[in-house]
Design a protein around this ligand. Structure first.
Ligand code: CMC
Length: 383
């Protein structure tokens, strides 16, 4: 080919496959997992049921649900070597780096690593969903020099995560809030990390390799890392009265405001709306001064950004914007936000790998070469 083809930079607007897992309607601000609205799931379901739905493609009956939950509970403990590596890394590494390394180690314990049959893959996904939450919780404790809290089988998945992280059994409200965040982060079509998971899976590498790729991709501040970055921005604003000045100066300096904008949503992200709603309810429950201030800053920034960029450029709050105040109301520090994203998104990554391996094709896009050709080679001592 000599004529330059159309280049879809960043794969913007490109369909790479069909999928029955989730639908993102970016024009109307809607999201469905397997046909169920995110509003219904976040209100009536829980993370275990949502994970089952994503991975198996249907809601479980009571027996299926109980078996699934039992498996998840039985797999929460981490091998000693994984705990040792977390301990060695936790103090000096970002928790996402610990997640990537410790998550990758899990491959070592799978005696059936390369089995890609559907049932075997689902089984590995259940292990990963269960253990990645433990890795996140243990990382959160070890980085603070705190002791290990073993999992508690009387608690559901998200409540147990919070317990292993904080050492306190959550109240019903706290359990609802952390579970809500797990549900909202569980799946989002072919976003950057899911796509990267599929690229690795398409080479027929194992699911741990694919997951490790996903964790690396999710770390970046344009993707999963935006939640931590948005909180940092709110701390930098400090006082709600500074919000307008800060945002205006940042925009004039061509900086991005973290937690705003999305490749697909050109309206308000429905997940952000749900987090905002729960957060406002939480404000009625006598929150700390820090959380009250963060929400005040967030609401001011939201209004400003919508006035400036929402209606004109389609840049609206995304899921990562209100996460900060909500997680802080549960006592979770900013560096732990993206690891929680990993622990929840594992359900979506797993569902996509199961679906993709059903009809695998190696991903191999093209690049239009713009460099020279047939350059004469000059030996190093003549250059
Ligand atoms: N603040 C200020 N300007 C923005 C922002 C923002 N958050 N997002 C996009 N823009 C501007 C951008 O500067 C560009 O302006 P211009 O046309 O004048 O050059 C225009 O909007 C288009 O930006 P783009 O980067 O080409 O658009 P995109 O579709 O590739 O962007 C995005 C998507 C998420 C990378 C971007 O909106 C962004 O950087 N947002 C901040 C990071 C963030 O919150 N990420 C989380 C996304 S949702 C959860 C997840 O997927 O993990």
């Amino acid at each position: 080919m000599t004529e330059k083809p159309v280049i879809n930079f960043g794969l913007e607007g490109i369909y790479v496959d069909e999928s029955a897992i989730s639908k993102v309607d970016g024009q109307n601000g809607k999201l469905w997992y397997r046909g169920y609205t995110i509003e219904d799931l976040s209100e009536h379901s829980n993370f275990e049921e949502v994970s089952y739905l994503l991975v198996y493609g249907k809601l479980p009956n009571k027996k299926e649900y109980e078996e699934f939950v039992k498996k998840m509970k039985e797999r929460r403990e981490l091998p000693k070597e994984v705990m040792d590596v977390i301990k060695a890394m936790a103090k000096d590494s970002h928790p996402m780096d610990v997640m990537r390394t410790a998550g990758s180690m899990l491959a070592m314990y799978d005696k059936d690593l390369n089995n890609k049959e559907k049932d075997a893959t689902i089984d590995k996904v259940i292990t990963l969903i269960s253990k990645l939450a433990s890795i996140a919780a243990v990382t959160g404790r070890f980085r603070k020099g705190m002791s290990y809290i073993p999992p508690d089988k009387s608690l559901g998945h998200s409540a147990n995560f919070l317990y292993m992280l904080t050492g306190k059994k959550p109240t019903p409200t706290e359990e609802k809030l952390i579970d809500l965040m797990f549900i909202l982060h569980a799946e989002h079509s072919t976003n950057a990390s899911t796509f990267s998971v599929l690229v690795t899976a398409s080479t027929l590498a194992d699911i741990y390799a694919a997951t490790t790729t996903g964790i690396g991709t999710l770390k970046g501040p344009l993707h999963g890392g935006a939640d931590e970055a948005a909180l940092k921005m709110m701390y930098a604003i400090g006082d709600p009265a500074n919000t307008e000045k800060y945002i205006e100066e940042a925009l004039e300096g061509k900086q991005r405001i973290m937690g705003f904008g999305h490749r697909v949503y050109k309206v308000y992200d429905p997940r952000a709306k749900i987090v905002r709603k729960y957060l406002e309810e939480r404000m009625g429950q006598n929150p700390s001064e820090e959380v009250r201030k963060l929400l005040e800053i967030a609401l001011k920034a939201e209004k400003l950004m919508i006035d400036k960029l929402g209606k004109t450029k389609g840049i609206w709050p995304n899921i990562d914007f209100f996460s900060g105040p909500l997680y802080r109301s549960l006592g979770i520090e900013g560096e732990m936000f993206t690891p929680i994203f990993v622990a929840s998104r594992m359900s979506g990554w797993g569902a996509h790998v199961v679906e993709y391996w059903n009809n695998n094709k190696l991903f191999r896009p093209l690049e239009w070469y713009t460099g020279p050709l047939d350059v004469p080679y000059i030996p190093i001592d003549k250059r």
